[in-house]
Design a protein around this ligand. Structure first.
Ligand code: TRP
Ligand code: SF4
Length: 404
């Protein structure tokens, strides 16, 4: 049985709700590309989540999923470092969602802020479904299925990660107390060998009697290093350390990326629905056209009026994409009316175009080779499934669903 270290395992997901834009690239994909070298990463195209809001418009879904896979690959998410897969190709997501639904209080779902917010914001969509109410639980299942301890997300997702933690805690509380837990834990300690067992006992005592957090950390590290121990025994000893039961589903943590939010053409957050996005597949002339049309400092009516970058939506894009030298040139030129707005936009247009060219070239290669993309996704789903099955067999066992 493989041993999972939740703190080294990353899971994240993205809804295939349309073409990706610079905000996805800058805020999400670049971060994933970095993480894939230092963590065991699972990246999931969450097509079932797309259905929770778009069940009445399924025709574009499969193409969006394929486009998303191509754009991830083009951005440098690498199938040799990370596992890329489609959520619905791993049916264990749906199964864990169902099993967790048994213990998930309705009130927890109803008070997740996105539930009411989305209902108010997304007009013309029926969000009065069971599926939509269960959105955060499906997301919790995505994460808990892989025992992922680290979930890179934007700050808008914090409530969902907190919810996943609550569900995990409740599950562990209800089912981690297997019959004979203490005896089983004591037996597992004996299997550590005499020296390690003494060390474990001392550290456990230091934590439980004196609240020594460093001792808890050391004991956890000690357990992590135990190569020959079964996953079950390991979970018992993790749980026993803190005085609880078995940790069947580890509680995940959000990992917020430090890159600032990408703002769109109008200065508000870039998103498809705000109609202010530069898409990764926009041509060079699309980019030029979009940036040229961007509004600027409203106080700068005439070319001879000095402007203020802080009041101009072009400025945050410069800060994101331009060199320090160009940024200085913009600030000085704008405030002294030394440059015009089109002049100011020219280097930005150039840099964004340059940023997109290699991405689009790689995307074209993958698009010309759809079988390769399908194969990458199938292999990803296989890898994901074998991890998912291990968790589910423990979950089934805990719930008494083990028939032989
Ligand atoms: N709800 C997330 C979003 O809208 C997408 C998502 C689904 C996700 N499952 C996930 C993110 C699991 C992280 C982990 O962005
Ligand atoms: Fe904006 Fe540049 Fe025009 Fe200043 S010069 S208002 S920063 S576009």
């Amino acid at each position: 049985m493989s041993l999972v270290d939740p703190e080294r395992r990353v899971l994240s997901g993205m809804r295939p709700s349309g073409p990706l834009h610079l905000g996805h690239h800058q805020g999400v994909l670049k971060n994933w590309v970095k993480l894939q070298h230092s963590y065991e990463c699972f990246f999931c195209i969450v097509d079932l989540h797309a259905l929770t809001t778009d069940y009445d418009d399924v025709a574009p879904l499969s193409q969006r999923v394929m486009d998303m896979a191509v754009d991830w690959l083009a951005a440098g998410v690498s199938p040799s470092s990370a596992t890329l897969f489609i959520q619905s190709q791993v049916p264990e997501h749906a199964e864990l969602h169902l099993l967790l639904s048994m213990i998930c209080p309705l009130s927890w779902l109803e008070r997740v802020p996105s539930y009411k917010e989305q209902q108010e914001q997304l007009h013309g969509k029926d969000l009065g479904t069971f599926g939509f109410l269960g959105y955060p639980l499906l997301q919790a299942a995505d994460i808990l299925l892989y025992r992922a301890g680290v979930v890179p997300v934007g700050s808008d997702q914090l409530a969902h990660i907190e919810f996943a933690r609550d569900v995990a805690r409740r599950f562990n509380h209800l089912y981690g107390r297997e019959p004979g837990f203490e005896e089983k834990a004591e037996q597992a300690i004996l299997k550590l060998g005499k020296k390690t067992a003494t060390l474990y006992n001392n550290l456990r005592k230091a934590y439980q009697e004196q609240g020594d957090g460093a001792a808890l950390e050391t004991a956890r590290a000690l357990l992590k290093d135990q190569q020959s121990m079964t996953l079950g025994d390991k979970e018992r000893l993790f749980g026993y350390l803190e005085g609880g039961g078995k940790v069947l589903l580890p509680e995940p943590q959000a990992l917020l990326s430090d890159s600032p939010k990408v703002l769109g053409l109008d200065g508000s957050k870039m998103s498809k629905s705000n109609h202010n996005a530069i898409f990764l597949r926009d041509s060079a002339s699309d980019v030029e056209e979009k940036v040229r049309r961007m509004p600027t400092d409203p106080a700068r009516v005439h070319r001879s009026d000095p402007g203020e970058p802080a009041r101009c939506p072009v400025w945050p894009l410069h800060q994101q994409y331009s060199t320090e030298q160009t940024c200085t040139w913009v600030q000085e030129g704008c405030r002294s009316a030394g440059i015009g707005c089109l002049e100011c936009k020219a280097p930005l247009i150039e840099t964004v175009q340059q940023e997109l060219i290699p991405l689009q070239n790689r995307a074209a290669d993958y698009r010309d080779n759809p079988d390769l993309v399908r194969q990458i996704l199938a292999e990803g789903a296989d890898r994901a499934r074998s991890e998912a099955r291990e968790t589910l067999s423990e979950v089934r066992l805990a719930l008494g669903l083990n028939y032989r």
